[in-house]
Design a protein. Structure first.
Length: 155
């Protein structure tokens, strides 16, 4: 296995772990949905085992994301065939619609690593759960504006 392949496998594994956590699936629940063992899910999440195309498609279906989501934020990855004279297609990263027809802004990626690493922090999950427990959309929007303002001032 090449260094690039293992890097990609680890990245895909992190994305699987992120989505599993966001969907509140245990490794056992995800494994059952895929017809595999929870140990296999662990190996995928660690990047120890490669996820085949068919399995990746199944994961995307179960976790309700496009297959491309698993490759978003994959820095420094280019196909060996990419180069002058070869066809290269750019793909926009997956963005979740916030329900209001506008795309949600991406979080700044500072100090704590990539966006995916920030999403895997326990306090990120706690913040998201608390935010969505607020029933009134107007209050949630005011809170979001406040947080953005504080973040902007603290830079």
């Amino acid at each position: 296995m090449t260094e690039l392949a293992s890097f990609v496998d680890a990245h895909v594994g992190k994305r699987i772990r992120l989505l599993r956590g966001l969907r509140k699936f245990s490794q056992e629940k995800l494994a059952k949905a895929l017809g595999i063992t929870f140990q296999q899910v662990q190996k995928y999440e660690r990047g120890a085992n490669r996820v085949g195309a068919g399995r990746l498609y199944e994961l995307a279906q179960v976790l309700e994301v496009p297959v491309g989501f698993f490759f978003d934020e994959l820095d420094g990855f280019a196909s060996p065939a990419a180069g002058p004279g070869n066809l290269q297609e750019e793909q926009a990263p997956f963005q979740q619609d916030d329900g209001g027809g506008e795309k949600m802004a991406e979080a700044p990626q500072e100090k704590n690593g990539s966006g995916i690493e920030l999403l895997m922090l326990p306090e990120t999950m706690e913040l998201a759960q608390a935010y969505y427990s607020i029933r009134e959309e107007k209050i949630r929007q005011q809170l979001m504006n406040f947080i953005r303002d504080v973040a902007r001032r603290s830079r």
